[in-house]
Design a protein around this ligand. Structure first.
Ligand code: TYM
Length: 339
């Protein structure tokens, strides 16, 4: 069992990241250790330069994200926690895979279309080739399980396509170079939506701070954001069917259920018939109960720059070693003389 996943150190990590991905990093880290496997969690700092960015901010948010991940339960003694930039094999393997990835495949990526918007000509080349780097991230380590939110599913399918084509073109069936990774998407929190618009994903890049709960928000801020969250005038239904066509209500119920570890039906069994005047304070209380301890640990860890640097350095050394055999096999399979 080899668990691998990444998160970009841009903007503030939020509730969507936590419920969709980070919580599963922690769960799978423990499962991997129990199964005698490994779990590698990295900060996708190389991905972060695909969009306009401020270098000083990238540097500090990379270290802050290490503190956030540790505060959430990613344990550097169980998981290998590092940043891509300290493991050059990611960028190296991306170049090797660029020979296999097809323009047509990348042209179909919805994230590129979303992020480049109307300005395709002005988008960076890195934004276009971003999914190939993501494929390299997981294939380098022979990942078996990749915990992600639903928005990354298409990128993972591309990684599988690249692995399969590379294996077909350059390896034998008995000795494939790459393992095909499986995405692990939590059904209860695959896609947490914006608090301001139930049809848009909760996202670090949303200009409105009110659209998301950041993991570093204090209790008052969380409560304020829930209070102001967009809803509709109807009371909550007593069955999930009644949430169809009510995306904002559905999102708040989804968040409650995911935090409480129950399903939406059981939330509605408790709150069906109640208005948001009752449901929102209960949700805010649950959020503070679950995220408060994370926020506190984050505050304790975030200024200990020396420890954060040390975690990354140690993780990177381990990752370099684990990735090396696959990188070498990829060079060899392509007929490149590397020495
Ligand atoms: P990123 O940094 O945008 O998000 C990190 C993780 O959080 C999940 N996520 C969500 N899940 C549910 N609801 C949401 N609203 C929500 N928003 C974000 C994402 O699906 C992701 O799992 N390209 C990746 C980083 C990456 C990566 C990788 C991931 C680079 N290489 C290799 C896995 C494997 C990204 O930008 O995630």
């Amino acid at each position: 069992m080899r668990v691998v996943s990444g998160i970009q150190p841009t903007g503030q990590p939020h509730l969507g990241n936590y419920l969709g991905a980070i919580r599963n990093y922690v769960k799978l880290q423990d499962e991997a250790v129990a199964a005698g496997g490994e779990c590698l969690i990295f900060l996708a700092d190389l991905h972060a330069i695909s969009m306009p960015h401020d270098p000083a901010e990238l540097h500090s948010s990379t270290l802050e994200l290490v503190a956030t991940l540790v505060a959430c339960g990613v344990d550097p003694n169980k998981a290998i926690l590092f940043n891509q930039a300290q493991v050059p094999a990611h960028a190296e393997l991306q170049w090797l895979l660029n020979g296999t990835a097809r323009m047509g495949w990348l042209n179909r990526m919805t994230q590129f279309k979303d992020k480049s918007g109307k300005n395709r000509e002005g988008a960076s080349v890195a934004l276009f080739t971003y999914p190939v780097l993501q494929a390299a991230d997981v294939l380098l380590y022979q990942a078996t399980h990749v915990p992600v939110g639903e928005d990354q599913k298409q990128h993972l399918e591309l990684a599988r396509d690249i692995a399969q084509k590379f294996n077909n073109d350059f390896a034998s069936e008995e000795e494939p170079v790459f393992t095909l990774p499986d995405p692990i998407i939590p059904p209860e929190a695959a896609r947490i939506m914006s608090l301001r618009d139930g049809s848009a994903k909760m996202s670090k890049s949303d200009v409105s701070e009110m659209s998301r709960i950041n993991l570093a928000d204090d209790a008052d801020t969380m409560a304020k954001k829930i209070k102001k969250a967009k809803t509709d005038p109807e009371p909550l239904p007593s069955e999930t069917k009644g949430l169809e066509d009510r995306p904002e209500a559905l999102n708040l119920v989804t968040i409650y259920a995911a935090l409480a570890g129950v399903n939406a039906d059981s939330v509605l069994a408790d709150f069906g018939g109640q208005g948001f005047g009752v449901f929102k304070p209960a949700l805010a209380e649950l959020l503070v109960e679950k995220l408060g301890p994370i926020q506190q640990r984050f505050v304790e860890l975030k200024d200990d720059r020396e420890s954060l640097d040390a975690i990354l350095a140690r993780g990177a050394a381990q990752a370099r070693e684990i990735g090396m055999p696959t990188l070498k096999s990829a060079y060899k399979a392509l007929g490149l003389i590397r020495g």
